[in-house]
Design a binder for this molecule. Structure first.
Ligand code: PLP
Length: 384
């Protein structure tokens, strides 16, 4: 028998994965797991043991108490979003799958930014959906190339939705208000839905508006979840907020409810624990924001007056650093692994077209980050 074409992804480790596997312990500047870098929250996890969780009474959209806590979380951010507009999922990745099922029949198309988060092609392919990339302009801080996006939409009659990441991963670029208006106009003109991934929105450093607060006539889905909002990826709770014209919004929510009902993948335990977690999330976020700010400042200090350039960012957990183009990305990474036992990701993992860009996580403990970046800069400087 044969298995589906859509599940036949290449699985052999690439050259960098083999290099890292052979190298022994590394200072891992790729790690964006908050629980590894001091953000463990035993009290939050203890909330999973709520005895009320011994009864099972699932609501496919997610428990009302939990959705109300998410509404409160948005209200503290001046976004009015009632619980009736929310559907819970086990993660934003799962929510992507549901949105692709909701919006697309097999073979239909979602436009997605390039460079971007490398999971999207997998999530789309698993639903039989095609992703058509639209470019972000590196010279313009990775802003959306709106004329190119328009041209791709016009050339693609099977397009059903445009996906934006706000702020983007890994570039950290926000969707500016005028870009948002242009995006909405494009979606309106071509009858497309908008999917706005805001998992990093609380970690923006520039001004921007949430798509969840946009009073729009375009059907808009805003994704977020505990993994980034509360630094608790292991709890598995995401949500989708649905905005847009009432009739379409209600129909989309009813259909999402049915899709969610087929899986009921969100545990009762996490739904019971989430209100206390969300109500107490702001100080955790302050601590993380301070860490991101501190590590970025140290990175800038290390790279000042060297051949390395830190690219500007408006948010998120990552930094892009340009290395001298005297070696290939793989050659730089191999040198860093072998000489300094440091792991970084090449930009091409995220479809950054130009060579010479590496992606670093800003989540690491300050002393580990400082040590790793100091060694990285010294090694690149000595070998440029
Ligand atoms: C842009 C973006 N969207 C979604 C996700 C997935 O988040 P979740 O843990 O909620 O599935 C990630 C994870 O890193 C991400 O970077």
């Amino acid at each position: 028998m044969s298995l589906s074409r859509r599940s036949g992804f290449p699985r052999l480790p690439n050259a960098l994965a083999r290099l890292v596997a052979e190298a022994g312990p590394l200072l891992d500047l790729t790690s964006s797991n908050p629980t590894k870098w001091g953000f463990t929250q035993p009290n939050a996890v203890a909330g999973l043991a709520n005895p009320k969780g011994s009864r099972y009474a699932p609501d496919p959209r997610g428990a009302l108490d939990t959705r109300e806590a998410i509404s409160r979380y948005y209200a503290r951010r001046d976004v009015a979003l009632g619980p009736e507009r929310l559907v819970l999922s086990a993660s934003s990745s799962e929510a992507y799958g549901w949105l692709f099922k909701l919006l697309c029949d097999p073979g239909e198309v979602v436009l997605a930014p390039e460079p971007s988060y490398p999971l999207f092609p997998f999530l789309a392919a698993l639903e039989g959906v095609s992703l058509t990339p639209y470019p972000l302009v590196r010279a313009d801080g990775f802003r959306i190339d709106l004329p190119a996006l328009r041209a791709r939409i016009e050339a693609e009659p099977r397009a059903r939705a445009v996906l934006v990441v706000h702020p983007a991963n890994p570039t950290g670029t926000l969707v500016a208000d005028d870009e948002r208006d242009a995006l909405l106009e494009l979606c309106r003109a071509h009858d497309l839905a908008l999917i706005a991934d805001e998992v990093f929105f609380d970690y923006r450093t520039g001004h921007a508006s949430s798509f969840a607060g946009t009073d729009t006539d375009v059907l808009t889905f805003v994704l977020s979840g505990l993994s980034k909002v509360a630094l608790l990826p292991q709890l598995k709770l995401g949500w989708t907020a649905v905005c847009g014209p009432e009739a379409l919004r209600v129909e989309a929510l009813d259909r999402l409810e049915l899709i969610a009902d087929c899986y009921l993948g969100v545990t009762t335990a996490v739904q019971l624990a989430a209100p206390a977690i969300l109500d107490a999330v702001d100080p955790w976020q302050d601590t993380l924001r301070a860490r991101l700010h501190h590590n970025r400042a140290r990175l800038l200090a290390h790279c000042a007056d060297t051949a390395l350039t830190v690219m500007p960012s408006e948010g998120g957990w990552y930094a892009l650093v340009e290395l001298p183009r005297t070696r290939s990305d793989d050659a730089w990474i191999e040198l860093l692994v072998r000489e300094e036992a440091i792991a970084v990701q090449p930009g091409y993992f995220y479809d950054i077209a130009e060579p010479g860009t590496v992606v670093l996580s800003l989540l690491l403990s300050p002393e580990v980050f400082d040590d790793a970046v100091g060694r990285l800069v010294a090694c690149v400087t000595a070998n440029a």
